[in-house]
Ligand binder design. Structure first.
Ligand code: ATP
Ligand code: MG
Ligand code: ZN
Length: 262
């Protein structure tokens, strides 16, 4: 007689009772578990709920992965820079520390000052802003991750009669949300309308002491020249400025590392 382990699996299971593959083997994709009569949500349901909240906040699947623990300091050069001899890596570590502190302060209800991340293309600005957004949403804080050029396009489209979104809803959301992230400030057209719109958002948030995180490629003098002194002045009041710098574009560097790994 054959031992059970020697019998091919197809003969043990008929088609109907073949072992099903579940995305969550714990709850067999039911989303709930039972302890006697009491039902409680499975971990997978909590994770799905959290991901849905992040998506609603504007966090794309790529940004979901950009968390503090994945912010890799080894991408930053250990060359020194400036008079204080801080290396690019030390500087990135300081900026990450400020970002973490911001998250802790918001969670502790301290109403911290916002942050501005300046720096060249591929220096990790959006990554850190996304890490802040992910951490805050996980702690139950409402955040809006707003890519400025995309937001201005949506707002412009909302003027049309057949638009699904209303201008006031879009503006109210970014004005009132507890923490607003403005990604890529300056990567848009500098029309009177776009400047007025950005001013209205920042002015409201400064007056109501709501923190804003900003990322930009612009230098300080460019912000003042291109967006005007009224926006520049509000940003100076609302944000602590940090420069994320490196000798190389991390976007390229990451790709090179991946190719080398094979
Ligand atoms: N510290 C880091 N650790 C790991 N990956 C990083 C880090 N910084 C940046 N990256 C990766 O490099 C790429 C570019 O980063 P990011 O989008 O943050 O750049 P950026 O400074 O916002 O650039 P841009 O000015 O073009 O918007 C992304 O794929 C990101 O995941
Ligand atoms: Mg960016
Ligand atoms: Zn489950």
């Amino acid at each position: 007689m054959k031992r059970f382990s020697e019998i091919p699996l197809e003969q043990i299971f008929s088609k109907s009772d073949a072992p099903a593959t579940y995305r969550c083997p714990i709850c067999k994709d039911q989303g709930v578990l039972f302890d006697g009569e009491i039902a409680y949500p499975c971990r997978c349901a909590k994770e799905a709920h959290l991901t849905a909240r992040k998506e609603r906040a504007g966090i794309t699947p790529r940004l979901l992965k950009q968390t503090f623990d994945r912010f890799d300091l080894s991408f930053y050069s250990d060359e020194s820079r400036g008079a204080n001899k801080l290396t690019f890596r030390d500087n990135a570590a300081e900026t990450r520390k400020a970002a973490r502190r911001f998250v802790d302060d918001v969670i502790d209800g301290k109403e911290p000052c916002g942050l501005m991340f300046q720096g060249a293309v591929g220096s990790g600005k959006t990554f850190l802003a996304a890490a802040i957004a992910n951490a805050l949403i996980e702690a139950g804080v409402d955040v809006d991750f707003t890519v400025v050029p995309d937001f201005l396009d949506r707002l412009r489209e909302s003027f049309g009669d057949d638009s699904e979104e209303s201008e006031s809803d879009l503006m109210n959301e970014v004005k009132h949300v507890p923490v607003l992230i403005l990604d890529d400030l300056g990567a848009h057209n500098y029309t009177d309308w776009s400047i007025k719109t950005i001013f209205a958002i920042l002015n409201y948030r400064v007056n109501y002491e709501k923190p804003t995180i900003v990322t930009t490629n612009l230098e300080r003098r460019d912000i003042e020249e291109l967006l005007g002194s009224r926006i520049y002045s509000r940003l100076m009041e609302a944000c602590r400025f940090f420069r994320l710098e490196n000798t190389k574009d991390i976007r390229m560097e990451k790709r090179i590392r991946e190719i080398r790994k094979g």
